[in-house]
Structure formats: structure tokens, C-alpha cells
Design a protein around this ligand. Structure first.
Ligand code: H53
Length: 824
């Protein structure tokens, strides 16, 4: 498929040569990091040919392209994934083995490119993988943060953040493309003139600061099809000519400022997931990469096309959440100020080009920029937003005469703020949610007014994940077994995994399936031993909750339940109890106090429980440090139980839930996000569902009627657990350590509403569901059927399916065939 280039001898020679040219060393002298680099360059060389071939094929076909705009791309490591997608993993592993090099060890040398926080960023990465695999022309556009998601250390039970200097050793897969640099301007003022010749209005930005955006391209390799799309991430640098110029004129200060701006702008990813920080620098980041990406997009379009009014025939922009929605006014600006279109023409192009994905209903995640900040930083953009708003409100008032409530709710500019979601909905041609339930909540609650006005814009695109990374790469034993049983068609068509269904009644098959799970548990147990120094028993139930730490995700509920189990075991040592290993992995945003206290609580409970010999190892608690894509792959493969326990209505979709399912772990969860669809696919009997429904949660939120104290005083076992937060049991006698967490549940003084996330309300039903998990697990036959069925029913949750839906309903792309690039 790739000619001779992955043949063992050729590849070995390439690696040896690279070690020589890069480091003046022989292979025996090279460090693992140097070998990683040498191997990566050898792989990149093959990729480059296909990359050229792909771009040529796209040009020839004059193909429509999607630009996926995202502040986050949580890619994870590239080497292993690229090899899997080039169907060369096995060959390369063997070739390296012949040189006494273990590919897995080399893979571990690669830092995880962590240019994202959590679900939203990882979704973007899965989408790119699917786009390439499905032969669709696509660009991912984002920021090349010098520091990605922080590295998490646990010290004395507390999270400590360390900078993620992921570029320290250089990134072998990227290409710097200085020749495509673009200038981006901030601040200053706008001077307005009439063009003496045409009579058109001209807007001139003066006294601005500017930076140069430099693109770095990373290859996105499709599976076995020679397609290589591009993830283009922008770096910033000061405009040196200008700087000298200013220097000459004595404006040293300004030159230094521009230098600093350039350094700062791409310095670090904001570590908030599902939470808007309101920082000026964040808005700068947004405008920076959007302006640069759109300029590049238009330049590329103009190479082959003369009529900019037809732009939407060749490109579509997908805005990943509100973060990139400044794309709307920026595209308007480029079309009007640079391309000379009038407002109506520019609006037609923009509103046919831009589409918006909403990923959350959490109010604190919706971006609302203060007008004074926004207009100061982006004066011309602000003018355009004002005009979009003005024209829109005329429409609203025409449709709802006299209804100023509507105006208040739907305006872009209101109460001194620029409401980015409103702008995206008004300006784009498509608004989608990320799971059925989420989209329904958007249509009928959160965005009800917009849905009423533009019903045709709204659609659902249930999220998905790539089986290439989360099964083919992350769980090679299971991947191999599935291929032996049903062929390898599942790799590019996950609906085929349903062919495993008949095996549910085949005892031998089930036994093999569970043996693989066991081996993966042993692999994880070794990781835990190495990283945490804790022995865990791979025969115990591996109950896993890994995701960002957020109150609505309710890690707190999980740990309170563990405290409750521990009390029970202590009190009734004779009680039958199936050994459990509770595994957590989660990063808390650096400034999110309650989330950090939850991490400390988990670790403190772990300390007490893991060191209590009297319970005979029945309970173990492990907190995986620095949860990230690479160790996630190990965790999904080894999990027995998938904890998806968010307060119903709060988790827009979730995607971890799908990764567990694919790897044969039944869901223990609420009817939230995509859990609803998971249960639909696998059947209620093969999941453990508990808790309030989303409607019940919403009703309580709207009408009140829930008082956690009623539960606290009527459930003494739960009361005891909650009191243990205050009696020093898990705090070496310190009574204050968990006071905030305690208050978040009960104290009406501290929060607007105590127990905002209905932890006490759902506690008993969660505990019941957990009991059922234990019963089911004890019945080996039943459990193995359930586990296998989860894998067999996961077909819907491939991001390939999601992407086909985006293409069909929103993007309207064509598949482009790419010949092998080996002849370049
Ligand atoms: O996006 C995921 C969803 C998940 C949702 C998450 C998300 C972020 O990670 C960050 C911001 C935001 O608005 C939403 O919480 O439920 O699965 C991908 O859609």
C-alpha cells in the first residue's frame, strides 16, 4: 500500500539514517527520545508524499472544504495513531523489534499534544480523524499554544499544576509555513472616509497594535486511503519591520508592546472546560486565530476563483462552540473592507458559510463579552456586530410587534454585553446540539425563542468517537480479536461491529472477550503500581470515572458513595462484598476551588481506605495523576464499569461514555446527554440507570421544591457520611478542610441554592444502581453478555457516523479519492 517504504529493511535504514543526520549518532548510542524523533521523521517522510497527493487531488477536483474552527484540538500522540491509520503499525513494530527497539517505549517518548481541555477539544480531534478517513477535504484551524493543558501532579493529595512544555524537544510532525503568514490587528480607532472614486465608505483602522500569525501545519492521516488533511495551528510573532520602524522613530515602547503581545497571545491554553473566563487575552486569542484562518481561507479561494460572492459554494465554516464565533463579523469585515462587497452581499455570503455547534447549556460557559472590552480591542468588528444586531432587531420587532421581552432575550448587544451565542445563531445557517436530549433542551428551553424564529436552522448531531484511536490503537488485543471474528471492516465502518451480536450466546467467545478484559486490567494494574505505588487486584471490579472535574459531573457523588460503602464494610465485616477498585482521573481548572477540594477529598479517602488492613483489600481507590489522552486509552480498555453520573440535563453529550462502551464497559449513569442514546442502543438491561430525569431537574430548578435538608435528616447513613466531611475522619482531625464541600450540599447561607447538582437527591438511587452492578458482576455469564453487548451495540457512536451526518445536512462535501503519493 505504501510501496516499499514500510518494508522492514527500508524502514530500518531510514531510521538509522535519521539518527545519523539528526544527532550524529549510531542507533545504539541514541536515546529513546532521539529514536522517537528519528522514527517520526521516517514516518513523516511517507506522510508528506500523500499530503502532496491529497492537496493536488483537492485542487484538481476544486473540492468544497470544511474549515473546522476550534480553540481546542486535543489530539493526543501522533506517532502510533499515524502508523495505525497508515496500516503500518505491525510492520514498523516488527522492524523496530529487529533493532531491539520496543515501539511502545518509543511511543511513550512523545509528549501528548494537549491543545485542549476535555470533551470539546477531543471531539474536534476525533472529527479530523473521521474527515480524513472518509475522504472529505477539511482544515482544522486553531492555535499552537506554547503551553497546552497543564500537567497535573498530586502532592499531599492536592492538585499541583505544572506547565506543559510540549514543544521542548520539537514536534517532528509539524511544518512551519512562514510564507503563509498573516497580519492581525488589535485596538486603535476607526477612521471613516468616502472613496473619492467609487463613493463607497472606507473604514481605516489607525493606531492599532498588530502581530504576525505564522501557520504550522500538522498532517491528519486518514485510515488506509492516502488522504492527509491539515490541522493548521497559528503561532504569533512580532512584526519586526514595523518594530524597527517604530524604533527608528523612537517609539521603542510600542515596539516592545508588540513583541510582548506576540509572545503572550499564543502562550497558554486557558484551562477552563465548560466555563467562560472573560479574560481579555482570551478574546485576543480568539480573534487572532480566526482572522488569520479566514484570511488564509479567502486567499486560497481566490487562487482559483474570481467571484468572492460564491465563496459559500467552496467553503463552509463550522464554529466549535461560541469560542470562534467572532468569525462571523470578521468574515463580514474581510468581505466588505477588503473585498469591496456591500453589506447585503457580504451578509449573504457569511450567513451561507457559517454554522454553529452548541456544546452546553451551562450558563457559565456561554461567552458574553463586556462591550467596553470588546469594542476597545476590536473596534471595527464591534461596528459590524452593532449593525448585525440593529438589522436583526428590526426583524424581531416586525415579527413580534410590541414584544420588547423578545428583543431583550434575543439581542446580541444587551446589558453591556456582546452575547456570542446569539450572534452565532442569528448569523449562521445551522445550529446544532451534540446529542438528541441536548438538542431538544436547546429547542424547547434554552434557545426556545430562536427555535421559534428559525426552526429550519436547528438540527442534532449526536457526537461520536474514533474507533481507530480508542479501539485499534488503545486496545490492540480486543481489536485483533474482533477482526479475527468478524473481519476488519469495523475499522472504517463501525456499524459492522454489530456482527458480534450473535457471539453473545457463544460461551467460548464470551470467555475470550473477558480474558482480554482481564489482560487489559493487568496492564492497567501495572501502570497503577508504577505510577501510584498501589497494588490493585485485577480480579476486582474496575469502576472508572475519568473526565474533567466539574461539580455537574458529580465526582463528589461517587466519592460520597465510596465513603458510605466503607462505613458499611467496617460496620458489617461479615457482609458479602465483591472487591472493587474505584479509579478516578480528572483535572480541575486551576482557579476552581471546589473542584480542587474534591480531588483532595478523593485522595484523602483513598489514603484512609487503602491503608486500612481490616477491610482485606475489598475497597481500593486510585487517583490517576495527569489524566490525558494517552493514559485514557489504557483506562477505557481496562474498565468494567463506566461512571457517567452527571446531573441530568447538564452534560450535553459526553464522549467518554462512548469510549467505555466500545471497550465493553456497561454504563452506570443518569439519563443525560448521549447516555440516553447509549441505553437505547444497548437496552436498559445492559446499563445501570438511576437518578432524576432531565425534566425533573429542570422542574426543580424552575419551581423549587427540593430541600436537601429533608434528605439529610431522614437518611442517617447518608447523614453520617456527610458529617464525616466535618468530623476530621478524612482530614487528620481537621474540621475545616471540607467545610466548603459540606456547605455546598447543605448550607443555605453559602450558595444560592444548596445542593445545586442534586447529589443528595440522587444518592440512594445511585447506591441502588451500584448494588445492581455488584449483583450483575457476580453472575459471570450475565456480565460477560452485557460487556460484549456493549461493544457490539456501539456502532452508532463512531465519529464517522457523526461526520457523515454533518456532511449530509450541513457541509455538503464530496468524497475525493486520492492516489498513493509514493511517486512524488
Ligand atoms: O463538549 C463535549 C460534550 C460535553 C461538553 C463538552 C464541552 C466542553 O468540553 C467545553 C465547553 C463546552 O461548552 C462543552 O461538556 O458534554 O460531549 C463535546 O460536544
Amino acid at each position: 500500500m505504501y510501496g516499499k517504504r514500510f518494508e522492514k529493511e527500508t524502514f530500518k535504514t531510514a531510521v538509522k539514517d535519521n539518527v545519523k543526520t539528526l544527532y550524529r549518532k549510531t542507533i545504539d548510542e541514541a536515546t529513546p527520545q532521539q529514536i522517537f524523533q528519528a522514527v517520526s521523521y521516517a514516518v513523516k517522510e511517507v506522510i508528506i508524499d500523500d499530503w502532496l497527493a491529497t492537496q493536488k487531488a483537492y485542487d484538481e477536483a476544486d473540492a468544497k472544504t470544511v474549515y473546522y474552527m476550534s480553540m481546542e484540538f486535543l489530539m493526543g500522540r501522533a506517532l502510533g495513531n499515524n502508523l495505525i491509520n497508515m496500516t503500518a503499525y505491525g510492520e514498523v513494530k516488527e522492524a523496530l523489534a529487529e533493532m531491539n527497539i520496543d515501539l511502545n517505549v518509543i511511543e511513550d517518548e512523545e509528549p501528548d499534544p494537549a491543545l485542549g481541555n476535555g470533551g470539546l477539544g477531543r471531539l474536534a480531534a476525533c472529527f479530523l480523524d473521521s474527515l480524513s478517513t472518509l475522504n472529505y477535504p477539511a482544515y482544522g484551524c486553531g492555535i499552537r499554544y506554547r503551553y497546552g493543558m497543564f500537567k497535573q501532579k498530586i502532592e499531599n493529595g492536592y492538585q499541583v499544576e505544572e506547565p506543559d512544555n510540549w514543544l521542548k524537544e520539537g514536534n517532528p510532525f509539524e511544518l512551519r509555513r512562514e510564507e503563509y503568514a498573516k497580519e492581525v490587528r488589535f485596538g486603535g480607532n476607526i477612521r471613516f472616509e468616502k472613496d473619492p472614486e467609487t463613493g463607497k465608505d472606507i473604514f481605516i483602522q489607525e493606531n492599532y497594535e498588530s502581530v504576525l500569525a505564522i501557520p504550522y501545519d500538522m498532517p491528519i492521516v486518514g485510515y488506509g486511503n492516502h488522504v492527509v488533511n491539515t490541522l493548521r495551528v497559528w503561532d504569533a510573532k512580532a512584526i519586526t519591520d514595523f518594530q524597527l520602524d517604530e524604533f527608528d522613530r523612537g517609539n521603542y515602547h510600542k515596539a516592545v508592546e508588540q513583541e510582548n503581545l506576540a509572545k503572550l497571545i499564543v502562550d497558554v491554553l486557558y484551562p477552563n472546560d465548560n466555563h467562560y473566563s472573560g479574560k481579555e487575552l482570551r478574546l485576543k486569542q480568539q480573534y487572532f486565530f480566526i482572522s488569520a484562518s479566514l484570511q488564509a481561507m479567502i486567499a486560497k479561494y481566490k487562487k482559483r476563483h474570481s467571484d468572492i460572492r460564491k465563496l459559500y459554494e467552496k467553503v463552509v465554516i463550522q464554529m466549535n462552540d461560541t469560542h470562534p464565533t467572532v468569525a462571523v463579523p470578521e468574515l463580514m469585515r474581510l468581505l466588505i473592507d477588503e473585498e469591496g462587497l456591500n453589506w447585503e452581499e457580504a451578509w449573504e455570503v457569511t450567513s451561507k458559510t457559517c454554522a454553529y455547534t452548541n456544546h452546553t447549556i451551562m450558563a457559565e460557559a456561554l461567552e458574553k463579552w463586556p462591550i467596553d472590552l470588546f469594542s476597545r480591542l476590536l473596534p471595527r468588528i464591534y461596528q459590524i456586530v452593532q449593525e448585525i444586531d440593529r438589522r436583526f432587531l428590526i426583524q424581531v420587532r416586525a415579527k413580534y410587534p410590541g414584544n420588547e421581552e423578545k428583543v431583550k432575550k434575543m439581542a446580541i448587544l444587551m446589558d453591556g454585553q456582546v452575547r456570542m451565542a446569539n450572534m452565532a445563531i442569528i448569523s449562521g445557517f445551522s445550529v446544532n446540539g451534540v446529542a438528541k436530549l441536548h438538542t431538544e433542551i436547546l429547542k424547547h428551553q434554552e434557545l426556545k425563542d430562536f427555535y421559534e424564529m428559525f426552526p429550519e436552522k436547528f438540527n442534532n448531531k449526536t457526537n461520536g468517537i474514533t474507533q481507530r484511536r480508542f479501539l485499534a490503537h488503545g486496545n490492540p488485543l480486543l481489536a485483533g480479536w474482533i477482526t479475527d471474528r468478524i473481519g476488519d471492516g469495523w475499522i472504517t465502518d463501525l456499524s459492522k461491529i454489530a456482527n458480534l451480536k450473535p457471539l453473545v450466546n457463544d460461551e467460548q467467545a464470551r470467555r475470550e472477550f473477558m480474558q482480554i478484559k482481564y489482560k487489559n486490567k493487568v496492564r492497567l494494574a501495572e501502570y497503577i503500581k508504577k505510577h501510584n505505588g498501589i497494588e490493585v487486584d485485577p480480579r476486582s471490579i474496575f469502576d472508572v470515572q475519568v473526565k474533567r472535574l466539574h461539580e455537574y459531573k458529580r465526582q463528589f457523588l461517587n466519592i460520597l458513595h465510596i465513603m458510605y460503602l466503607y462505613n458499611q464494610i467496617k460496620e458489617h465485616p461479615e457482609m458479602s462484598f465483591y472487591p472493587r477498585t474505584f479509579i478516578f482521573g480528572a483535572k480541575a481548572a486551576a482557579g476552581y476551588q471546589r473542584a480542587k477540594e474534591t480531588i483532595k477529598l478523593i485522595n484523602s479517602v483513598a489514603d484512609v481506605v487503602n491503608n486500612d488492613r481490616s477491610i482485606n483489600g475489598k475497597l481500593k481507590i486510585v487517583f490517576i495523576e495527569d489524566y490525558r489522552v494517552s493514559n485514557a486509552e489504557l483506562l477505557f480498555a481496562a474498565a468494567d464499569v463506566s461512571e457517567q453520573i452527571s446531573t441530568a440535563s447538564k452534560e450535553a453529550s459526553g464522549t467518554g461514555n462512548m469510549k467505555f462502551m466500545l471497550n465493553g464497559a456497561p454504563t452506570l449513569g443518569t439519563m443525560d446527554g448521549a447516555n440516553v442514546e447509549i441505553v437505547q442502543e444497548v437496552g436498559e438491561d445492559n446499563a445501570f440507570i438511576f437518578g432524576l430525569s432531565s425534566q425533573e431537574v429542570i422542574d426543580y430548578e424552575n419551581h423549587g421544591g427540593y430541600n436537601p435538608l429533608d434528605i439529610y435528616f431522614n437518611d442517617w447513613e447518608l447523614k453520617r457520611v456527610i458529617d464525616q466531611l466535618m468530623d476530621g475522619t478524612y482530614a487528620n482531625g481537621d474540621h475545616d478542610m471540607y467545610k466548603n464541600l459540606y456547605n455546598s450540599l447543605l448550607n443555605t447561607q453559602c450558595t444560592a441554592r444548596p445542593d445545586v447538582y442534586f447529589i443528595l437527591k440522587d444518592f440512594r438511587s445511585y447506591a441502588e444502581a451500584q448494588k445492581k452492578v455488584e449483583q450483575a458482576y457476580r453472575d459471570e455469564q450475565r456480565w460477560s453478555k452485557m460487556a460484549l453487548l456493549n461493544t457490539a451495540c456501539s456502532g452508532k457512536f463512531s465519529s464517522d457516523r457523526t461526520i457523515e451526518e454533518y456532511v449530509e445536512d450541513i457541509w455538503k462535501l464530496e468524497k475525493i479519492q486520492v492516489p498513493s503519493g509514493q511517486f512524488f
